[in-house]
Design a binder for this molecule. Structure first.
Ligand code: SF4
Ligand code: SF4
Length: 316
């Protein structure tokens, strides 16, 4: 799938606010891709991502990197002694002791200085280069679906490694390139202070080589899971009342199945985790019934799955 198609599917399945950003680190001597431009002023890596997700393609040699920490972490320049020692983290009051700062610095991933000579960034749909990583600026719900998509084929859970420091450079670029595993970041001091990252947004970075697999899994999830969860199909109609004090021991579930509406499709029986619903035959037609309603745990699955809206659940 071409980048444009990948971006279109991701946008459609996840309803993204921002374009995913293709990021590549260029080695010395590597050709600068077509249609990227050098910005007129230096930018931090997090700012370059902001500008790219808004539709611009950038070429960022070291002279255009405004954050010396980020540029050094990505192997574009040597790290300054104050950043290497952790002294600056103390001056910014971001960490309490030099030992603490050094521990944080030692545990993050970095590239050796000089192994790369520039970064290039573009909205995924416009990238004219094969990215190393693709960085999403997204909401937690969209992040959840990317996690589900990554688990879809393998069943693997995810282990994320992040710190709240050096967000887009260390956690989203270097680490993902080195480990070839997706990672999250909630931003860092620089990324929050200097970009338009909203309070409700965070980042997720995916190794480009995994993007097609992820997109295929998202297509499958978009058949049922994503739209149902977004429609909140299990939301009890009485949810606002559940916080009022009451006799919790005596809660009773009343389950009513409208025989007229029921077409006997059997979905409620198939989905009920407590085997409360059974299909019976009434006048030669299959109908749902709830002979053991006392076992109902009020999960609202049957209510949400019934295509006829034939099931009504009341919790007293
Ligand atoms: S899901 Fe609805 S229509 Fe289908 S059997 Fe159950 S009650 Fe009837
Ligand atoms: S609410 Fe849940 S447990 Fe109760 S009948 Fe429906 S699916 Fe079964």
């Amino acid at each position: 799938m071409k980048y444009k198609e990948l971006a279109a599917v991701l946008n459609k399945m996840l309803t993204l606010r921002w374009s995913p950003v293709a990021v590549k680190l260029l080695k010395p001597g590597e050709e600068v891709p077509a249609n990227v431009y050098e910005p007129s002023v230096p930018l931090r890596h997090c700012q370059a991502i902001t500008i790219a997700r808004r539709g611009n393609s950038l070429y960022m040699p070291p002279r255009k990197h405004a954050c010396p920490d980020g540029a050094a972490i990505m192997g574009l320049i040597p790290m300054s002694p104050k950043l290497r020692s952790g002294e600056l983290y103390l001056l910014f009051k971001k960490l309490p002791t030099i030992e603490c700062a050094q521990k944080m610095i030692a545990s993050r991933q970095e590239f050796e200085p000089g192994i790369y000579h520039a970064t290039v960034l573009a909205p995924l749909e416009e990238a004219e280069f094969e990215p190393d990583v693709v960085i999403f600026t997204i909401y937690p719900e969209q992040m959840m679906w990317l996690c589900c998509a990554a688990s879809y084929a393998t069943g693997e859970r995810h282990t994320f490694h992040t710190s709240g420091y050096n967000s887009t450079c260390a956690d989203l670029t270097v680490q993902v390139m080195k480990n070839q595993e997706m990672n999250i970041s909630f931003g860092c001091y620089g990324a929050r202070a200097i970009s338009d990252l909203s309070d409700f947004e965070a980042y997720m970075s995916v190794p480009f080589k995994q993007l097609s697999t992820l997109v295929e899994a998202l297509k499958k999830l978009a058949v049922k899971s994503i739209p149902e969860a977004r429609r909140k199909i299990y939301m009890p109609p009485v949810i606002d009342k559940t916080a009022t004090p009451g006799d919790t021991a005596a809660n009773q579930v009343e389950l009513r199945i409208d025989e007229e509406r029921c077409t006997g499709c059997g979905l409620c029986e198939a989905f009920c985790p407590e085997a409360v619903i059974k299909m019976t035959t009434v006048n030669d037609a299959a109908k749902a019934s709830a002979p053991t309603a006392k076992n109902c745990c009020a999960c609202y699955t049957c209510v949400g799955q019934c295509p006829q809206k034939a099931i009504q659940l009341t919790v007293r």
